[in-house]
Design a protein around this ligand. Structure first.
Ligand SMILES: NC(=O)c1ccc[n+]([C@@H]2O[C@H](COP(=O)([O-])OP(=O)(O)OC[C@H]3O[C@@H](n4cnc5c(N)ncnc54)[C@H](O)[C@@H]3O)[C@@H](O)[C@H]2O)c1
Ligand SMILES: N[C@H](CO)Cc1c[nH]c[nH+]1
Ligand SMILES: [Zn+2]
Length: 429
């Protein structure tokens, strides 16, 4: 099941490498997809839907009629759940708005910073193996709070050429501007470079499999902003003797079932806990509908026995998991020691699935060790922070000499003169 290890510390750096293919391996195929989309636009999207999604589409754009029909297909109970999650996500993300604060750095020199929404954003909603309408809430809600005007949505069509009704229902709640039936690297290329049906956007958001994630990294090299590398899901659980093996196994499986390229990790100081979690994994896996994905992911996953709780924390910080679960009695003692993680789940009754769906935090998070430097999606992801300044005459007299001295030292005479010319004018009047 899990690969069981008792590793020496000098092997950790090798262990924390993910089993996913690297950028260099996937890049040539994805570049070919980009070239096709640039050359043939919508036609390329239709061809690639047939090749990768196994569907011959009549049209790329979702129509008003399709949206109206979808709404009727979503059960009331699911609508209510979506609305509850919407409300929690909205509440959590609304609090992230920063008030504009004017700061007088010197007398007469005032600076401030204001958030301005990104006008056109592209939202990628994964749909290759599961219709992740929850991801649409995670992207669309902060986009709407930020005030983004144009929300373009790409998601892969199913074999019958349709988009899952819950995705369309959620898109309609959010007032998404345009919905396109396109998935994978071709959808990312379309939103980056534009086609007849897909407007080019300024920033592309959303998680996806390895192809989607590498495609986003490549368009970011071509000058289109992206949120973050949010690839195959992963979770690391730190479990002590108080952990409930059934709960731990359930959490590990919840991320393993996302796909064969996911990885889950159990860290423990107790061989006993490890053994019991393994038994639970076996039993719970048997009855999972997505057993094949989960079993494959588990075969790439780790059960690591370490010497102490402090070692577990060090390993986790080096691994930098997308999700970190502290299934320990004294989680408070670990909080200040966490340096690298996308989102953290505390105690025995906080399943990771709560953050995936409905607690309010965002589930679009850095994977593959990117949590060492990246944050998950938040309200900030949808705005630019623009700085402003206003200097009075008195202010320029206060700050002018400093600027002149620094400009002269850099050998930039025109910079210095932009101040001197004004100071002379102030002396004259
Ligand atoms: N990190 C996060 O925040 C986060 C959040 C949600 C989901 N996820 C991850 O998103 C992923 C969703 O993956 P998915 O596959 O179900 O859907 P997806 O929408 O990401 O990818 C499906 C598309 O991949 C393309 N594709 C499939 N096989 C291909 C191949 N051999 N060559 C080229 N292109 C190919 C197809 O165009 C298809 O439409 C999972 O790995 C899940 O763990 C991550
Ligand atoms: N666990 C995923 C992020 O890695 C998010 C998700 C959506 N639906 C279920 N789970
Ligand atoms: Zn999940």
């Amino acid at each position: 099941m899990l690969k069981i290890l008792n590793p020496a510390k000098d092997t950790w750096a090798e262990l924390v490498k993910r089993p996913t293919k690297n950028l260099e391996e996937l890049e040539p195929g994805i570049q070919a997809t980009f070239d096709l989309v640039k050359e043939q636009g919508d036609d390329a999207l239709l061809q690639l839907a047939e090749k990768f999604d196994g569907v011959q589409l009549q049209s790329l754009l979702v129509t008003e009629q399709e949206i109206a029909a979808a709404e009727l297909k979503v059960p009331q109970e699911l609508k209510e759940a979506i609305l509850q999650a919407y409300s929690n996500i909205q509440l959590f993300h609304t609090q992230q708005a920063e008030p504009v604060k004017q700061v007088e750095t010197m007398l007469g020199v005032t600076c401030w910073r204001k958030s301005i929404p990104i006008e056109k954003v592209g939202l990628y909603i994964p749909g290759g193996t599961a219709p992740l309408f929850s991801t649409l809430l995670m992207l669309g809600v902060p986009a709407r709070i930020a005030g983004c005007k144009e929300l373009v949505l790409c998601t892969p069509p199913s074999k019958d050429g349709n988009i899952h009704p819950a995705i369309l229902y959620t898109a309609s709640l959010l007032g998404v501007t345009r919905i396109i039936k396109a998935g994978g690297a071709q959808a990312i290329a379309a939103m980056a470079f534009g086609t007849e049906s897909v407007p080019a956007v300024y920033k592309i958001f959303g998680p996806g499999n390895q192809y989607v994630t590498v495609a986003k990294q490549l368009v970011s090299k071509a000058g289109v902003a992206i949120d973050l590398p949010a690839g195959p899901s992963e979770v690391l659980v730190m479990a002590d003797e108080t952990a409930n093996p059934a709960f731990v196994a359930a959490d590990l499986l919840s991320q393993a079932e996302h796909g064969a390229d996911s990885q889950v990790v159990l860290l423990t100081t107790s061989e006993n806990v490890l053994q019991k979690v393994e038994q639970e994994l076996q039993a719970q896996l048997e009855v999972l509908p997505r057993k094949e994905f989960a079993a494959k992911a588990l075969s790439n996953s780790l059960g690591v026995v370490l010497q102490s709780l402090d070692e577990m924390l060090d390993f986790s910080n080096l691994y930098a998991p997308e999700h970190l679960i502290l299934s320990v009695s004294n989680f408070e003692e670990f909080l200040d020691g966490i340096t690298n993680a996308g989102s953290v789940f505390l105690g025995h009754f906080t399943p990771e699935a709560a953050g995936d769906y409905a607690s309010g935090t965002n589930h679009t998070l850095p994977t593959n060790g990117y949590a060492r430097a990246y944050s998950g999606v938040s309200l900030d992801s949808f705005v630019k922070k623009v700085t402003f300044q206003y200097i009075t005459r008195e202010g320029l007299q206060n700050i002018g000499k400093t600027i002149e001295t620094m400009a002269e030292a850099e050998g930039l005479e025109a910079h210095k003169n932009a101040v001197s010319i004004r100071l002379k004018e102030l002396d004259r009047v």
